[in-house]
Design a protein around this ligand. Structure first.
Ligand SMILES: [Ca+2]
Ligand SMILES: [Ca+2]
Length: 144
């Protein structure tokens, strides 16, 4: 009888350790729920979600040599927004990736920043592009 109980105990222990090791192997990588660049604050905003509830950090590749993170944020809870600033001058296209505290990583997410040039020409060109149907009127008014 003691042998049976001992045997069942060993089987249970093996089952539990196997289950626990499988559970730790089943770490899901986080995903990027939302990421964008805000030119006004010169800030990258990124919200990672990890379905396991792991803490996540955000990596930014400033020079777009994808695969090489130039800056990592601090770890925060899944679903919390990360703000990364200032974006270095001259960076117009960059990518973000998120990583959970188990090392699993999301796909890269490309962000393009639109640098606005506030000159008279750029404002005029923007206006003409948005209101191209007004060209005949503008021509008439400017007597072109
Ligand atoms: Ca995870
Ligand atoms: Ca880089």
């Amino acid at each position: 009888m003691k042998k049976k109980i001992f045997g069942i105990g060993i089987v249970l222990m093996l089952f539990m350790t196997t289950t626990l090791s499988f559970a730790s192997m089943n770490n899901n990588p986080p995903v990027i729920e939302e990421a964008h660049y805000d030119a006004t604050s010169n800030t990258v905003w990124c919200t990672p979600i990890d379905e396991d509830g792991d803490q996540c950090r955000v990596g930014v590749d400033w020079d777009s040599d994808t695969g090489s993170v130039d800056f990592w944020s601090q770890y925060r809870d899944s679903g919390e927004e990360h703000s990364i600033y200032p974006v270095p001058a001259g960076c117009h296209e960059f990518s973000v990736i998120v990583q959970d505290d188990n090392g699993a990583e999301s796909e890269w997410f490309a962000i393009k920043s639109k640098t606005k040039q506030f000159s008279f020409e750029s404002i005029l060109i923007d206006f003409l592009e948005k209101h191209s149907n007004w060209f005949p009127i503008l021509r008439y008014l400017l007597e072109i």
